[in-house]
Design a binder for this molecule. Structure first.
Ligand SMILES: Cc1cc2nc3c(=O)[nH]c(=O)nc-3n(C[C@H](O)[C@H](O)[C@H](O)COP(=O)(O)OP(=O)(O)OC[C@H]3O[C@@H](n4cnc5c(N)ncnc54)[C@H](O)[C@@H]3O)c2cc1C
Length: 324
């Protein structure tokens, strides 16, 4: 059991005076009855406190945000950090705002907030549309966008949305800050460009033009399950129905989000019609090299990806847009 300093908001609460530190202790008679490994917990309330805690605990420390993935991995003993650094009280990691032509989404923004925020609905509707596909309401009420991007599950929706929207991740560490394009951030299966001690502070999404269209679709065994295959699609359509800047991005079909370069090249500059969609579906073959998994063999994933591509693009055909 993690001994969280859940002390409410009274003046006596140590969290009001500084970092809270606690260590799980044996439950009875020296024997340890717990699902999680014995672990330290430290709640920090500023970036400065975080850097200090990282200096003290080094590689034994692990960031805790919504806990919706991390606590499960602890229970399964897939991770065994020495101390969890709870970042949920750091104000710089919160908030959704427009600044310098970008929509800045703080890393601690919870999935449920993404789904109801008016700025996201207006400037990044793809992200709002992704939310109902993520797990279940209880998980969406705690899980954060920063946690989802840092965990980098290849079947997760938000990493694919970040790539499709050509977003940039704002990273912070005791050494300073840097910005990394989402496309370069995901480096492999559950791996990212985050360096030791670095955190995601925010996701910065370029504001789309009025010509921008977006959609997200997926196939999952049950509602709320991770996707067997999914597509996050962003493109622009001019008045003549010509496609510009397509960024079809697939999830659940590779070791991370897959920006479908060949399919995007097949679409760019063409009037969107059935022939253009067929050309993109054919080109997609060269973009994907899906592994087989518990859902089925690679060919099943390829088939699902082609079907999803056709369905997603068909939504933007002029006749369908008029009818919608
Ligand atoms: C049953 C179940 C079903 C789920 N289904 C889906 C689904 O369909 N689609 C989906 O996308 N997700 C799904 N999830 C995962 C969920 O979206 C998680 O909330 C999310 O992946 C992790 O966010 P978190 O804030 O809970 O992160 P945590 O669990 O706190 O942390 C996850 C990892 O990210 C690191 N981390 C967290 N925040 C930061 C940060 N700001 N900077 C650097 N590192 C950080 C942590 O150290 C840890 O390694 C599911 C989870 C469960 C339990």
């Amino acid at each position: 059991m993690i001994n969280k300093a859940g002390c409410g908001s009274g003046a006596a609460c140590p969290a009001r005076r500084g970092p809270v530190e606690a260590v799980a202790t044996p439950a009875r008679g020296g024997e340890t009855f717990m699902k999680w490994p014995a672990i330290g917990y430290l709640r920090v309330s500023s970036l400065q406190e975080l850097w200090e805690a990282q200096r003290t605990h080094g590689t034994a420390a692990q960031i805790l945000a919504g806990g919706q993935t991390l606590l499960a991995t602890l229970a399964f003993r897939l991770a065994q950090p020495g101390v969890l650094l709870d970042i949920t009280r750091i104000p710089e990691l919160r908030g959704i705002a427009l600044s310098d032509g970008l929509l800045r989404i703080g890393a601690l923004t919870r999935h449920a907030e993404l789904g109801r925020d008016p700025l996201i609905a207006r400037h990044a509707p793809l992200i709002a549309a992704a939310v109902p596909y993520i797990a279940h309401p209880a998980i969406r009420n705690r899980g954060t966008i920063g946690g989802s991007l840092a965990y980098a599950d290849p079947a997760a929706e938000l990493p694919a949305c970040a790539v499709a929207l050509d977003a940039t991740l704002h990273l912070l560490s005791a050494q300073g800050e840097r910005r990394v394009k989402a496309e370069s951030f995901f480096t492999g299966l559950f791996s990212t460009a985050l360096a030791q001690g670095e955190i995601i502070a925010a996701v910065e999404v370029p504001l789309g033009s009025p010509a921008q269209r977006s959609t997200i679709l997926e196939v999952a065994r049950r509602s709320g399950d991770y996707a067997m295959a999914g597509i996050a699609a962003v493109l622009e359509l001019d008045a003549a129905g010509r496609v510009a800047s397509p960024r079809l991005t697939f999830f659940g079909v590779g070791s991370g989000p897959v920006l479908a370069r060949r399919a995007n090249a097949a679409l760019a500059g063409r009037v969107l019609d059935e022939a253009a969609i067929a050309a993109a579906a054919e080109a997609l073959e060269g973009d994907l090299d899906p592994p087989g998994d518990l859902h089925g063999p690679p060919e099943l994933k390829r088939h699902l990806a082609r079907v999803l591509l056709r369905r997603a693009l068909a939504q933007f055909l002029p006749a369908r847009e008029k009818a919608a």
